[in-house]
Ligand binder design. Structure first.
Ligand code: MLT
Length: 202
């Protein structure tokens, strides 16, 4: 049995890419199912709940303060998530998924790309920041990544999100980054852009 509580929705459209849905702090495995279905209709949806609790709020790794991460825990939790993805692939017969992560979920998705690139086919990172200051030498050729940032995001400084885009493209990923005139919350523009990008990319 995997250590994660999760939801799996089989999807119904042949060829639709499986999505790994990763919620933000205080969310759970139900949060992003609707978003996933909007971004990629008919995709199999794999949605785990973060195993770290911060004042009762589920997350995917420990942090010392807002925006200050326990990077040893980030690495450990990313590898653990990678093992869960492999478990789910075997159990449900799905391909390596495209991660769709929001906030803390986007940060663990970026970490997973860096520590275990083969776990994901690519990623949609919503309000992501640099998860590891000194990441391993990842080979991300052939991995498309969409980063959607908020121009007025009080949690993610613009140069930090830009540094993440640089880090992933230096490792070989095909990075597309857009800055939207919004804050940390998701907007309809995120959904529309992600949906178009997934349809054109997969
Ligand atoms: C994080 O801890 O991953 C970031 O600060 C985003 C958040 O969850 O608020």
């Amino acid at each position: 049995r995997p250590p994660f509580t999760y939801r799996f929705e089989p999807g119904g459209r042949t060829g639709a890419p499986p999505l790994l849905l990763l919620h933000g702090t205080g969310g759970d495995e139900n949060d992003l199912l609707q978003l996933g279905a909007m971004i990629s209709p008919g995709s199999p949806l794999l949605s785990p709940r973060g195993r770290v609790l911060e004042n009762g709020m589920p997350r995917f790794f420990r942090r010392l303060a807002e925006g200050v991460f326990d990077e040893e825990d980030v690495r450990h939790r990313a590898l653990e998530l990678g093992e869960f993805v492999q478990y789910a692939r075997d159990r449900y017969g799905i391909d390596a998924p495209l991660a769709v992560g929001y906030s803390n979920g986007a940060n663990i998705a970026a970490a997973l790309l860096l520590v275990k690139p083969q776990a994901l086919s690519g990623a949609v990172l919503l309000r992501a920041m640099v998860p590891l200051t000194d990441p391993p030498d990842a080979k991300l050729e052939g991995k498309p990544v969409l980063i959607l940032s908020g121009q007025h995001d009080p949690i993610v400084p613009g140069d930090n999100a830009a540094a993440l885009a640089d880090m992933l493209s230096t490792a070989g990923a095909g990075v597309d980054r857009r800055v939207l005139p919004v804050g940390h919350q998701l907007s309809q523009a995120d959904v529309a852009l992600a949906r178009t990008w997934v349809a054109e990319t997969k």
